[in-house]
Design a protein around this ligand. Structure first.
Ligand SMILES: *Cc1c(COP(=O)(O)O)cnc(C)c1O
Length: 418
């Protein structure tokens, strides 16, 4: 059960105000959804969808699709072409596996936090034998332990290593390139599959540079579009693995989506019309700003969040979950304890108009909260959200050191390199 909010003490700032203050909330204004997906939709993306249904056989929709596929490759930093699905991230977990996995195949899953376990469950349901290495909720995966598991697999029974770039529950960023080094050092032929659903377009990612065989993403996080589109970028080795399978369910088969003979084959049926207009606008925004500038913006805004959290945590219970060096630029998970994560979330929504993420996947979810800082996000949004959190900590009398927002502002000013 959710803990009851503590009563809020607020200043009464003039004669007569006390009599109607009970009806007041400071939340009336533009709301801010600071959860780790779906992320904030840019107005330009919303506007792109406000239009009648287009022809799906010819005209603009057909014409923009080739450019979308090309720009998606640029975002994943690969020459591989994307298969686009009408699905969310869970759909991409299944699609990626459906194209390479025969029942009884072994999958190696080095899991941090929650999402690696989720992908492993899908693999098991599809008939895989899953070898799971659990790194818990506070540490990133250790490529040395993955190397040991690969070295022990003398018969090459492991067909793929399933890795999550950023675990959205814990805010931990894993070193995916180190997994490629482990595979190469072992001379192991397993595919490297990377779930970049939380982090693509936020944290740096280099599909070709890091030797990733299959990359997974979805539309609603760093790609600033509504949930409903999923993407798989498929390298040559993974395409060869698909070709060795006897059969793949026709909807999940990536072959016609990557090399369509007719337009409808891109999507296995009717095109996701308005999602494509939204994505076109989002990819335009990404191209205009530049991917590396976007990475730098996310890095700076993430450091602002960490600076605030470290200041608040200098006195009192607040802790950053992810260890230094493995913190994502897309999402931050924070621990408070005593049900205060949930109390703070409720206060920020009811009194500040900011919706924070819940403590998904943690031992006691109510003790935790998360800040999504992915996609369409600037300094005023981050500093505003942090200001509301600091107000909430004060209002709820949760012990903390004041000045978190000032520390974050210093990072935005370039005055501090956290
Ligand atoms: C959000 C997310 C998913 C699941 O995506 P859905 O669209 O919610 O199905 C999977 N993996 C990661 C890392 C995510 O952040």
């Amino acid at each position: 059960m959710a803990p009851a909010p503590r009563p809020v003490k607020a200043a009464v700032d003039g004669p007569g105000v006390a009599s109607y203050r009970h009806a007041m909330s400071l939340a009336h204004g533009r709301p801010y959804l600071a959860i780790p997906g779906p992320s904030v939709l840019p107005d330009r993306v919303v506007q792109a969808m406000v239009r009648p249904a287009p022809n799906i056989y010819e005209g603009e929709l057909v014409e923009i699709t080739a450019g979308i596929v090309r720009d998606l490759s640029a975002v994943a930093r690969t020459t591989a072409r994307a298969a686009i699905y009408i699905a969310n991230g869970h759909g991409m977990w299944e699609a990626a596996l459906a194209n390479v996995l025969a029942p009884g195949d072994r999958m190696l899953v080095p899991a941090t936090g929650r999402f690696g376990h989720g992908w492993a469950e899908v693999a098991r349901a599809l008939g895989a034998e899953v070898e799971l290495i659990d790194f818990g909720r506070r540490t990133a995966l250790d490529a040395n332990r993955v190397a040991d598991a690969l070295a022990a697999d003398k018969e090459y029974r492991i067909k793929a290593v399933l890795a999550v770039c950023v675990d959205t529950a814990t805010g931990i960023r894993n070193d995916v390139a180190a997994l490629r080094s482990a595979l190469d050092a072992a001379g192991h032929p397993a595919l490297l599959m990377a779930d970049c659903i939380a982090s693509l377009g936020c944290d740096p990612f280099e599909m070709d540079g890091w030797g990733v065989d299959v990359t997974l993403a979805a539309s609603q996080k760093g790609l600033m579009s509504p949930p409903g589109l999923g993407f798989l970028w498929v390298g040559e080795r993974a395409r060869a693995a698909r070709d060795r399978l006897d059969g793949v369910g026709p909807y999940w088969d990536w072959r016609p989506r990557i090399d369509p003979q007719g337009f409808y084959q891109h999507f296995g049926g009717t095109a996701p019309t308005h999602h494509l207009f939204a994505l076109r606008a989002a990819l335009d925004m990404i191209a205009e700003e530049g991917l590396e500038a976007i990475w730098a913006r996310h890095a700076t805004l993430a450091r602002a969040v960490w600076a605030a959290a470290e200041t608040w945590g200098a006195e009192g219970p607040l802790r950053l979950n992810a260890p230094r060096g493995h913190r994502s630029h897309a999402v931050t998970a924070l621990h408070l304890g005593a049900g205060d994560g949930e109390r703070l979330r409720r206060w920020c929504a009811a009194e500040g108009g900011v919706t924070l993420g819940l403590g998904l996947g943690m031992e006691v979810p109510e003790d935790n909260f998360r800040i999504g800082h992915m996609g369409h996000l600037n300094a005023h949004m981050v500093l505003g959200a942090l200001g509301v959190i600091e107000a909430g900590l004060a209002a709820l009398e949760i012990p903390h050191r004041a000045g978190g927002v000032t520390a974050a502002a210093r990072v935005c000013a370039g005055a501090e390199s956290a």
